[in-house]
Design a protein around this ligand. Structure first.
Ligand code: GLC
Length: 722
């Protein structure tokens, strides 16, 4: 439909129809026997036929045939405006992939794009038009249950994954029948909740917000996402849901975003609890002025905005603007011409868990796993006698949080996976953590597989916790097994970085498996027996203890760094080891750093070289490093390149990831990795909200993780000296 027609349509709409257009109804309201059981203002909702027919968008899911019926109903309203159906499709629809924090450890953005493409095809055929993904929140604190939805602690890598996800969901464009509109979230900075406590205050300088937290949301907008979801938290003491600088000045005027802004669930109502609004009218007015277009489930746009506009008629054009943004999205999807476009129950059921999709889920699960320790015990041989034990050994739901559209029944469990590959496994009959029986079986075995971690229901939203250790029963089992001399391989199923420092010394190997999705058990078995290689590397630091959190690799040096963190080159006073930034009862460093991961082969790095010792305006520098596979097995190594800007107009991170390569190496093979460093890589946001490039030294580092790094350096000069 042409823009002119959309404008005419808007002019034909009553105020009531406009208010319903910016309101999002829950799909369950359409069920025959529905009775409102919502909290907040929605508890009074009267879901009559008019509301059902004119709701601008619907959150939730019914059977595909039901979704078709629903759309026909919605499009039968007075102005025949179809509804948008939206849902959280975070890491798969029916075919579930590893949680994003796991998939990110593949460092494979193409894989991310492919998994999102599959999710889009399954979901669109099922009647969904938009997904509330990617979650682009930067995270530094695994006490927060939602780290599982993030891709980790690095701004630049998160940005690469966010743009890959948007491209995957939206495919060739949202007008395609197999595309989902992507809604990047939670704008902005939700991952910085103080103390990792869910929904807690977020407060940081605008410089850190820009330099660290905004990059991935911006990348999603640049990649063309069509929606942005506001975060529950405050930014500079103003809740994101009514933060005009965030939603209008930054998002629309600076970044040029032209889609629609939707609140998070009931977050408009939460403006009252935040104490920035005295009632629903004030909340609705503040949100509309800030730039919110769709109200998810608070009801204040539906119930209160009309009254607010009587008091402030100058809000009416803002309502029209919000409605137009929503109509344009529907128009981009071709829903006016064909409300049911893309919904195809028969196709949907052919796509669900099809062979091709399950194969991708297996590949993604393989690549998401990270080998943290291996004292020559993995890979296991087929004939190896194995005891299976641990609180998570029999877990049926290995799909992870935010996978409610999937079905745990479809998930390959660990016992099933081991059975599929013909492993020689003894399982306790009296329970996976029955100490006597497990220890007795282990005495007759070569290796014990101890499966620990956290059940899926302890992860994701509203699951912050302060104890990040294995369950006590697993730790006791481990200590007893070691006492009797058993060899133990620990497999960790978790949605976050666990504290493993108290168990690491007792384990012969540790595999971080995350929640691997539909093919979980098979993928774990394949990795343990070497049918697939562990290739993943961490995108979140694993703390030595909870007391270190928040913990991340790219922090500031401080004025009293420990000797090992101090800059080489004598720029600072002699460092002592007492009056420096440290703990008296714990190391500063993580147990396992960002970028770390082992494999079944080994690699040697040498010869980091730069193409020049100077870079000038408009120029670039090539950095090359040689990497050799010194083991007996083929492997894929993630070669990482970091930069450090040792002197800036503001303090600068001790190092920042700027590039990486996925290098396939045969045993004995050596390859040279070449990276091009550009001026863009040297820039940062200063305290005047400018992205600047300052002349001076830059330290270049390359290696297998953020700690084991070869170093070199160059100087960026504004002009060549004669
Ligand atoms: C939740 C989450 C958000 C999700 C929304 C809809 O509270 O914060 O990520 O998209 O509600 O389910």
């Amino acid at each position: 439909m042409e823009e002119k027609k959309l404008q005419e349509l808007l002019n034909n709409m009553t105020e009531k129809e406009k208010l319903v257009q910016v309101f999002q109804l829950a799909a369950c309201c359409y069920e025959e026997d529905f009775t409102p059981n919502f909290t907040g203002p929605m508890r009074d909702i009267q879901v009559d036929d008019t509301l059902k027919k004119t709701a601008g968008s619907v959150i939730g899911l019914l059977e595909p045939e039901e979704m078709q019926r629903l759309q026909k109903l919605c499009a039968s309203g007075p102005n025949h405006i179809p509804a948008l159906f939206m849902l959280d499709i975070i890491h798969g629809f029916k075919t579930i992939f590893p949680i994003p924090l796991g998939l990110a450890c593949s460092w494979d953005t193409e894989l991310m794009q492919k998994t999102c493409r599959v999710a889009a095809r399954e979901a669109r055929a099922s009647g969904i038009h938009a997904t509330f993904a990617p979650m682009a929140d930067l995270v530094r604190d695994s006490r927060w249950g939602r780290v599982m939805e993030s891709t980790g602690e690095d701004p630049w890598l998160n940005a690469r994954f966010a743009e890959a996800a948007v491209k995957g969901f939206q495919g060739e464009g949202v007008g395609e029948k197999d595309s989902l509109m992507s809604c990047v979230k939670h704008f902005a900075g939700y991952g910085a909740a103080e103390a990792g406590r869910e929904y807690n205050t977020v407060d940081m300088s605008r410089g850190v917000l820009r330099d660290m937290y905004l990059e991935a949301y911006h990348a999603a907008v640049e990649a063309g996402c069509r929606l942005v979801m506001t975060a529950f938290n405050t930014i500079e003491r103003v809740p994101a849901t009514c933060n005009k600088w965030l939603l209008t000045t930054l998002l629309r005027e600076e970044w040029g975003f032209d889609g629609a802004v939707i609140t998070d669930w009931n977050s408009m109502n939460e403006l009252l609890a935040h104490s920035v609004a005295g009632d629903g009218k004030e909340a609705a007015g503040k949100a509309l002025k800030a730039g919110v277009d769709i109200d998810m489930m608070s009801g204040h746009y539906l119930f209160d905005l009309g009254k607010k506009m009587e008091e402030e008629p100058e809000l009416r054009p803002l309502l029209d603007q919000a409605v137009m943004r929503i109509l344009r999205l529907k128009n981009e999807m071709g829903l006016f011409e064909d409300p049911g476009r893309g919904t195809d129950p028969k196709l949907a059921r052919q796509l669900y868990l099809c062979e091709e999709h399950r194969a991708l889920a297996l590949e993604a699960a393989h690549k998401s796993m990270v080998l943290l320790k291996n004292e020559r015990v993995l890979p296991l041989k087929k004939e190896c006698r194995v005891t299976l034990a641990g609180s998570m050994a029999g877990a049926e739901n290995l799909l992870g949080g935010w996978s409610f559209t999937g079905d745990a029944q479809d998930c390959i469990t660990i016992p099933e996976g081991l059975k599929q590959i013909g492993a020689n496994v003894a399982a306790p009959r009296h329970g996976w953590i029955d100490m006597d029986e497990v220890c007795a079986l282990a005495r007759q075995s070569d290796v014990t597989l101890l499966i620990g971690g956290e059940p899926v229901e302890e992860t994701a939203e509203a699951n912050s916790k302060t104890n990040l250790r294995l369950k006590e029963e697993d730790r006791k089992l481990l200590y007893s097994l070691k006492e009797q001399g058993s060899r133990v391989v620990l497999v960790v199923l978790s949605g976050r970085a666990f504290v493993l420092s108290d168990v690491e010394p007792y384990c012969d190997a540790i595999l971080q498996a995350w929640f691997p999705g539909t093919e979980a058990g098979r993928a774990i078995a394949d990795i343990l027996y070497g049918i697939a290689q562990p290739e993943g590397k961490l995108t979140i630091s694993f703390p030595y203890t909870e007391g270190q959190l928040p913990l991340y690799y790219n922090g500031f040096r401080t004025g009293r760094p420990q000797k090992e963190e101090a800059l080489t080159g004598g720029e600072i006073n002699e460092v002592d080891e007492i009056y420096v930034s440290h703990y008296i009862d714990c190391q500063n460093k993580p147990l396992y750093p960002f970028g770390y991961g082992l494999s079944y082969t080994d690699y040697a790095y040498r010869d980091l070289k730069l193409s020049s010792e100077y870079m000038y305006p408009g120029g670039t520098i090539q950095a090359s490093v040689k990497v050799k596979n010194t083991g007996e097995r083929v492997g894929r190594e993630i070669v990482q390149l970091y930069l450090c800007d040792p002197v800036g107009s503001v303090v600068r991170p001790v190092k920042e990831l700027k590039a990486y390569r996925l290098l396939e190496l045969q045993p004995g093979e050596e390859q040279e990795c070449i990276f091009t460093i550009s001026e863009e890589d040297l820039k940062f946001w200063d305290n005047e909200e400018k992205k600047v490039l300052e002349p001076g030294r830059f330290i270049v580092m390359a290696g297998p993780d953020s700690e084991r790094l070869l170093k070199s350096e160059f100087v960026y000069k504004l002009k060549k000296e004669r």
